[in-house]
Design a protein around this ligand. Structure first.
Ligand code: ADP
Length: 476
């Protein structure tokens, strides 16, 4: 069932429900009110009638004379007038249909009357025909001197009760009109509402179908109610991301193919040289074989590093994070690199303050610092300086700086050094894969930290690694 139909149906339900409740309440209230009004009128009317009957009791007029008068009144006011004895039998009556009526008058049943009461009273009764009446009664005790049980004892005025259904017919029409108008308005609202929800949703659906068919360039306008706008926003975000990852995937495939092409070309060339005899003597063959081995090794490294990077990026690497003393870790790095510094004729210093432990995977963190130091050593010429220093940067972070006095990195290239396959001087660093810094950054990020680089051309480069302090052990 469409949204529009659902809305219209629910509106109809609400309208019918509301109108019925209001009608029922009104009916009950008005019925009650009308009845009370009728009773009050009857009571008012009964006073002059009572006066006339009393006049006959006092002997001023004869009962018959008075009764002719009362019959006229009965017809004019549509009222029944009864004069009853103590047993409730009719002595005289006047009806709206006139005294010529062949029907039995709708006399009130005796159990509803109490002629011994002193004051007038009111009530309702159902006649022997089954018709409902309201009545006002005037007891006449002691008015007619006679003690006989057949002497007049009660004067009763009665009118038929207003019938509920007839009464309802009066109100049905305006109610029906109100209902119809409300229905018309609500159908218009339902259509507009459904449109405001339906149109934007359909646009999202269409765009999603386009994406499923490979058209990634999709953006839907953000319109409609809040929830629908939220959907459109999320959809646009998702579409952008899908497009981005598609682009990334394409770039990645292109990059990898490009990276593998150089060593493969080399391997192909040299193996061909061995096969077709271009590399004639033993020495040339040995040289070719060595190149082939080197290039294969390079490819192996590239593939391994790529695998590691992709596992790091997708969060598949299981880091064993535990409180790690950076001082100890950097001490180990120092031992490894001191020998290399001596070989290369570099000055290598470490400066580590006593520090709170960080939460980290010791092997992975060592990989990061080894990589940074390796880069520093690689790029710093003999006579230069490399240093590593750790300090508390802020209450929550420890900062490790790896400094060198190498050639530096051109400012326009600085933002790219952490990118996959990015090499500042592609010709100079033939051995590098351009993945080292990308891997380092992934590891640092997986620790909740960050890595940055500053560099001045001709002066040197500084890599800054920030790692969060492990509070749980610090407080214990
Ligand atoms: P690679 O394996 O090629 O060294 P990296 O990701 O480790 O790849 O480094 C990316 C690039 O950043 C390198 O090509 C290198 O030119 C440059 N680089 C890294 N560290 C330094 C440094 N300390 N001094 C100058 N250039 C650097």
């Amino acid at each position: 069932m469409s949204l529009r139909t659902r809305l219209i149906l629910s509106y109809i339900l609400i309208i019918v429900l509301c109108l019925s409740v209001v009608a029922a309440a009104l009916l009950i209230l008005l019925q009650d009110y009308r009845e009370r009004l009728a009773m009050a009128r009857l009571a008012d009317m009964s006073v002059p009638v009572y006066v006339q009957v009393r006049a006959t009791a006092l002997g001023r007029v004869s009962l018959n004379q008075a009764w002719t008068n009362l019959e006229e009144q009965a017809q004019e006011t549509n009222t029944y007038i009864f004069l009853l004895d103590t047993q409730g039998n009719v002595i005289k009556y006047a009806s709206p249909e006139g005294s010529s009526s062949e029907y039995d008058p709708p006399t009130p049943p005796p159990e509803k009357l109490s002629p011994d009461r002193k004051r007038p009273y009111r009530g309702t009764y159902v006649s022997s025909e089954g018709e409902g009446f309201i009545f006002a009664a005037h007891p006449l005790p002691g008015l007619f001197k006679s003690r006989s049980p057949t002497a007049p004892a009660t004067l009763v005025l009665a009118v038929p009760r207003a019938e509920a259904l007839a009464f309802w017919a009066e109100f049905a029409k305006p109610f029906l009109w109100a209902g119809l108008i409300a229905l018309g308005v609500s159908i218009v609202i339902a259509i507009l509402l459904a449109r405001s929800v339906y149109l934007p949703i359909r646009r999202v659906t269409n765009a999603a179908e386009e994406i499923a068919q490979g058209q990634y360039n999709q953006e839907v306008p953000v319109a409609g109610p809040k929830e629908v706008r939220g959907l459109a926003l999320s959809f646009n975000q998702m579409a952008k991301q899908v497009k981005h990852s598609q682009q990334m995937l394409r770039n990645f495939v292109a990059d990898v193919s490009h990276e593998l092409r150089t060593p493969l070309t080399s391997i192909k060339g040299f193996s061909q040289a061995i096969l077709d005899g271009t590399a004639k003597d033993k020495e040339a063959q040995l040289k070719a074989a060595r190149v082939i081995e080197d290039e294969s090794k390079r490819m192996m490294r590239l593939v391994n590093e790529l695998l590691e990077l992709s596992r790091l990026e997708s969060g598949q690497v299981n880091m064993v994070k535990e409180p790690t003393d950076l001082k100890e870790l950097l001490q180990q790095c120092r031992e490894i690199f001191t020998i290399r510094a001596e070989e290369k004729g570099l000055q290598f210093t470490t400066n580590v303050e006593p520090l709170p432990p960080v939460n980290g995977d010791i092997d992975r963190l060592e990989q990061v610092f080894s990589n940074l130091l390796d880069n520093a050593f690689k790029h710093t010429p003999a006579g230069g300086k490399v240093s590593i220093a750790a300090r508390q940067h802020s209450p929550n972070f420890i900062e490790v700086a790896v400094l060198d006095t190498g050639p530096g990195i051109p400012p326009e290239q600085l933002p790219h050094v952490f990118e996959r396959f990015y090499r500042v001087d592609a010709s100079g660093t033939k051995t590098g894969t351009g993945l080292g810094l990308a891997i380092a950054r992934e590891i640092v990020r997986a620790h909740g930290g960050d890595i940055k680089v500053n560099s001045v051309l001709g002066e040197g480069t500084e890599f800054l690694v920030r790692l969060p302090v492990n509070y749980s052990t610090q407080h214990s």
